[in-house]
Design a protein around this ligand. Structure first.
Ligand code: MIC
Ligand code: SF4
Length: 642
């Protein structure tokens, strides 16, 4: 029986374990990426490991998330990252050069390689036929030091695409369809592999839109094969030499097959407040809109934005909306400027933003109170935009452009104009002058006053005892746990950033929890399904740990977040009986006697006394994760290993 592409690439990189789905494996990482919001902490941890230089083939440090520099904190972080680059052999992509995933696709990604990134949308690289995985910053720091990355050997789901997209329907509509089928829950430990004749009709940036937003499924990654289309893209980026063919065997085995006929798809929209709350645009046609924002690592490629410019050319957007366009990279922006698209956008009424994450992470462009914002990015969690009462609708660039023209949510097919069938350029404009090469100078590292030490974690105590400090429901995202937007600038300062844990959910949580810790009382959090969706930000583990959270008990966890909890010494426990969740109340006392010993002995189930009930909890931990918890986190564990 043949092999799927996922297993071929993983096997080529396997350094620990064996390729049995559901077991833990360790793989060698060829490339890493970090971005500023997760990067400072990752590099502080890398420094703490005491390794003289990175051991990967390529490591790139991007500055793209927080580029506004409102106050010194940001600028200081950026300078710290720049000086790290010279010392340790890391490429540094300056603020303004573009969003990490877009630039990595353009300039560094390589078929058949492994990429680990401290950002959950790292699977964008899967559009080039690589295994690209998002992880917490500490996991990336370990990989930079040459350590393996550990993951669950995945089940592989095959999405077979046939046919060709009709005019006005695009890659975003494909991934919104996949989200409708698979939803954001229950996909932990799987990889989605795209095959079928339909993939030949999709360019690399279109494939990357699909693998990018695959992150919202909660899968480990998504990927396409590397074929002639990949070759054309790399050639146009002046990187033909990086191309190699990679594909699944014709009789490859998959755990599940989903067939999608591209020609049957229509414009789709993800409604508030979850990327899997899918409807067709037609169903919501006419919804009054306050803002349209086009950009992000999902949909800000050259083809996306030329398509938008062609739709808007010679027309004006609705007078009562705010219209925002943020090109994905400087390459895209410069090419738009050269071919006249930029002028068309500006003339239509677009506010052109920097090539950065910006509105997508709530860094600017918060919608009006109760506003409706139609956006091309990948996440629409409540409050992420900066306005809690706003509703964010996720759509394709075509739907966004049509909506900008009419001021109401509009199926672009209703424009009744000719579809601008934009071709991929034969040659992209290549200018890497905003990427500093790793020159390995041993200059001083700049540390501004906002940069703290990576926090110290303590070895796991004999008993876990304290209070259920918070009870939350299903699908709690890491944006709920650790808000970004205006709080982003504190990412390098854990004591300050910790004051905002669960800010939008329970504003008193942080102060209450820290005060309890002062009295020697630790905290547990009780949660429903899919706890820790979304962002890879390890601060959603670091800051609760700093406040005194030692245990999280949930019906289920998302992959990156549960790994981050372990990395920072918090024990993730799963209700053995989901219905026991109902027996737990906020404010209950909890006691897990002998938690340390149970973890050391490899026990899979432990009993907690919560309030007046004895509740069984599963410990979904590998042997390695047990050792990490006993040491009090991955940093302590790694230092010991070194
Ligand atoms: C996101 O899209 O949520 C982010 C912001 O890019 C995060 C990273 C972060 O929180 O810094 C992610 O996707 O991992
Ligand atoms: Fe940036 Fe948004 Fe992409 Fe995250 S999802 S990397 S914030 S553009």
């Amino acid at each position: 029986m043949g092999k799927n592409l996922t297993y071929k690439i993983l096997e080529n990189h396997l350094v620990e374990g064996s390729m049995t789905a559901g077991t833990e494996i360790g793989i060698k990482i060829d490339q890493t990426l970090t971005q500023d919001a997760t990067g400072t902490m990752a590099y502080l941890q890398f420094e703490a490991m005491g390794i003289p230089e990175v051991k990967t083939e390529i490591s790139v440090s991007y500055v793209d998330h927080n580029t506004l520099q409102m106050g010194f904190e940001n600028a200081d972080d950026h300078k710290y990252l720049m000086t790290m680059n010279s010392k340790y052999g890391i490429y540094y992509s300056k603020a303004g050069n573009g969003i990490c995933h877009q630039v990595h696709l353009e300039r560094f990604g390589k078929p058949g390689k492994t990429l680990l990134g401290s950002d959950s949308h790292t699977p964008t690289g899967g559009g080039l036929g690589m295994i690209a995985i998002g992880a917490g910053g500490l996991d990336v720091a370990v990989a930079m030091g040459g350590g393996p990355f550990f993951l669950t050997c995945p089940e592989v789901v095959n999405v077979r695409l046939t046919g060709k997209l009709k005019p006005w329907v695009s890659a975003k509509d494909v991934i919104l369809k996949v989200l409708e089928i698979l939803t954001t829950k229950g996909n932990v430990g799987t990889v989605v592999e795209y095959t079928g004749d339909g993939i030949k009709t999709l360019s690399v940036p279109e494939r990357a839109t699909i693998t990018n937003m695959g992150a919202e499924l909660g899968v480990t990654t998504s990927l396409f094969p590397s074929d002639e289309i990949t070759k054309e893209f790399l050639k146009a980026q002046g990187r033909e030499a990086d191309w190699k063919e990679f594909s699944a065997d014709a009789d490859a085995v998959y755990s599940k097959v989903i067939d999608i006929d591209l020609s049957a798809l229509v414009p789709m929209v993800a409604c508030p407040h979850s990327p899997d709350n899918i409807k067709t645009v037609k169903e919501l046609n006419g919804l009054k809109v306050d803002q349209v924002a086009i950009g992000s690592c999902t949909n800000a490629s050259f083809k996306d934005l030329v398509t938008v410019a062609e739709i808007l050319k010679g027309r004006k957007v609705a007078s009562d909306i705010s219209f925002i366009v943020a090109p994905g990279s400087r390459q895209v922006l410069e090419m738009l400027a050269e071919n006249g698209s930029l002028a068309a956008l500006v003339s239509s009424g677009a506010r052109i933003m920097e090539s950065a994450c910006g509105f997508c992470i709530g860094s600017g462009q918060a919608p009006v109170t109760d506003g409706v914002s139609v956006r091309t990015n990948n996440r629409n969690f409540e409050g992420r935009s900066g306005t809690k009462s706003a509703g964010i609708y996720l759509v394709s660039p075509e739907t966004a452009a049509a909506t900008a023209l009419t001021g109401v949510l509009t199926d672009p097919r209703d424009l009744k104009s000719e579809y601008p069938d934009v071709k991929m350029p034969e040659q992209f404009l290549i200018d890497d002058s905003m990427i500093l090469s790793p020159d390995k100078k041993t200059g001083d590292i700049f540390r501004g006053p906002n940069i703290g030490e990576p926090p110290y974690t303590e070895p796991l105590a004999e008993n876990a005892e304290g209070v259920i400090g918070l009870k939350v429901g299903d699908k709690i995202t890491t944006d709920h746990i650790m808000p970004a937007g205006p709080r982003l600038k504190f990412r390098s300062n854990v004591p300050v950033y910790s004051q905002y844990v669960f800010e939008g959910v329970d504003a008193g949580f942080a102060a209450r929890t820290l005060e309890a810790k002062g009295r020697g009382v630790f905290t547990a959090i009780a949660a429903g399904l899919s706890y820790g969706q979304g962002s890879s930000r390890e601060h959603a583990a670091i800051c609760p740990m700093y406040l005194g959270v030692r245990v999280v008990i949930a019906k289920s966890f998302e992959r990156i977040h549960s790994a981050n909890l372990v990395n920072f010494g918090i024990v993730p426990c799963v209700f053995a009986q989901e219905s026991d969740y109902d027996k737990v109340s906020q404010g209950d006392s909890f006691l897990i006697k002998g938690i340390r010993q149970s973890i050391a002995e490899g026990k899979d189930v432990i009993t907690a006394r919560i309030g007046s009930n004895d509740i069984n909890l599963k410990l979904p931990l590998s042997e390695r994760q047990r050792s990490i918890l006993l040491e009090g986190g991955l940093l302590n564990y790694t230092k010991k290993e070194i």
